[in-house]
Design a protein around this ligand. Sequence first.
Ligand SMILES: *Cc1c(COP(=O)(O)O)cnc(C)c1O
Length: 660
Amino acid sequence: MLRRLTPSTEVTLAARKSRKPPRTSRPMSPAEAEDLYGFHRWGAGYFAVGANGNLRVHPTREKDLWVDLPEILDALRRKRWQPPILLRFPQIVATQVSRLHESFRESIREFEFEGSYRGVFPIKVNQMEPFITELVKSGKPWGYGLEAGTKPELAVAVSAGLKPGTLVICNGYKDRAYVEMALTAVQVGWECVLIVEKFYEIDLILDVARKMGVKPLIGLRLKVAARGTGKWEKSGGAASKFGLNTAEILEAVRVFTDLGMKDSIRLLHFHIGSQITDVRKIKQGVREGARFYAALRKKGIPVKLLDTGGGLGVDYDGSRTSSDSSVNYTLREYTNDVVYTIKEVCDESDVPVPDIVTESGRAVSAYHSLTIFSVEHQQTVQRDVPLPPLAEDADRCIVELEETRREIGPKNFAECYHDVLQRVDEMHMLFNLGRLTLEERAVGEALARQILADVVYYAKTSGRRIPEEIEELERDIAQKYVCNMSIFQTMPDMWALGQIFPVAPIHRLDEQPDVWTTLVDITCDSDGKIDKFPDVRDDLDALKLHRLNGKPYYIGAFLLGAYQDVMGDFHNMLGETREANVVANGPGDGHVTRLDIECQTAGEVLELFGHRRKDLRARFHQAVNRAWDAGEINEKARQKAKRTFDRLLSQTPYLVADAR
Ligand SMILES: *Cc1c(COP(=O)(O)O)cnc(C)c1O
């Protein structure tokens, strides 16, 4: 019922002053701000609030190395860049890569594991050139490799500048060209392993290998029974799309053994899903995979690598639980469990341990990028819309609403709340029966909004515990802030999977926010909204933001570095945003690189969908010329029309602020 009211906390009736005491903004400390928006819960040490109320990024997690985000944004705006802007932090990429490797190194030391760790990054998680370039650079000291799942991804892997001997893992469905490229990679010095996902791939691989005279390095993908948890649970288990069942594994081993090629079987692979939220599932999967490994070693197959796939999760909501957008374990617990479980199984079976391969994508890349966008306006009555005068003989229901509005106060707000619900029901019923005029309804709606806003206000200032129904009401009447961005382009998994991403203002963090809001984007899709926000206990349906004050207000969406770049789509033809790399040099000292990555223009986006700019332009000119021929417009208007069209195509599809 309430949801049908226009959300508002701001309505004041024309010529009737609200008696609500004015609100002044109260100061907020950095610690309070960090707690309110959860920067220290989900930020993995990369985000902090400065005393000036600006959000800082500490891209190496060191205390004295940070950049001030609003300052970076100002510098970009001086170059006439406008948000939405995606910022990448190469130092975060490097830090995540070394955290992963160091954690494995420590676990390996702690459990006296005799093998080593050899990571690969799955390109499908972020294939953007600026990211891959940084990843490969920061992975060099660790011998970090790449995983490909398709031919273009393999093309990236073999041209990324990896050192000889580095691991390249080839997953996914394969054809001859794919296999030829992988075997060529072996010839020129990489340890390029072809993973057999389907049994019939063996014949193809053997055929190409024979013709090329190259000894293939083979990995067998296991169909393990263990499954992940959460949204990707179905990636594992017996019905999963990929992998060989136990009989197929035995048969594959027989085929290679009969050919005298059993030492080609280099690796065993499994992947039980992404974002595994519960650490017990990880242990289960690893234990099962390790059993396969031990059993094959016992049969004399000299498998060297055990590849446990991806799945290492990211705590997007900061709750440290096994909820879908979180994980109930730390990086170190993950590496401990993988190393320890493999060692335990190998010790029990009395076989040498393998080298460990993982294909963590999400955990390595998620933190490195964020998008800043502006709030354009709030989607409610901003100025006082004049209300029609109420007739003397107005319906009793409206008159009673007016009385309630006059009488509401700190003592009776709960009673008034129930009153107004009843009156609103009544009002709609009367309207549908044709017994209420448009004027009466207009005034009734405005009164109801005002009363509900007052209910929330008195509830919160009462010092008493806020009743749950009023807490909900607060969200129901939340302001909608209109944001110059597209969810579908910037954070598609929020729409597609209901995944939560942290969202928070990047400035004014020294000021208590006091407006409950939900965010809507500029697509014409009602799904283009953000109305789930991470919190300690439960997700929130609204986010507290600052009152708009006529100056630009900037919000960041965080942890977008995994999958979002790839999956982003062009709903309403809103294209890719501008982006840049940000590097910190010292405290508050940073610089921006990679200024070459432009925002897609409307014209470029149109071309993606087969509309040729040239043709569009020609057809529009035809229409303009017709009007000119017919004398409907003069020469000046004709030229202007053509320029207007050209400007439309050369601009960003996102909103551009009026020059002030
Ligand atoms: C998607 C995928 C990954 C990456 O998983 P994350 O959960 O992002 O680490 C790794 N390996 C395979 C085979 C995949 O399909």
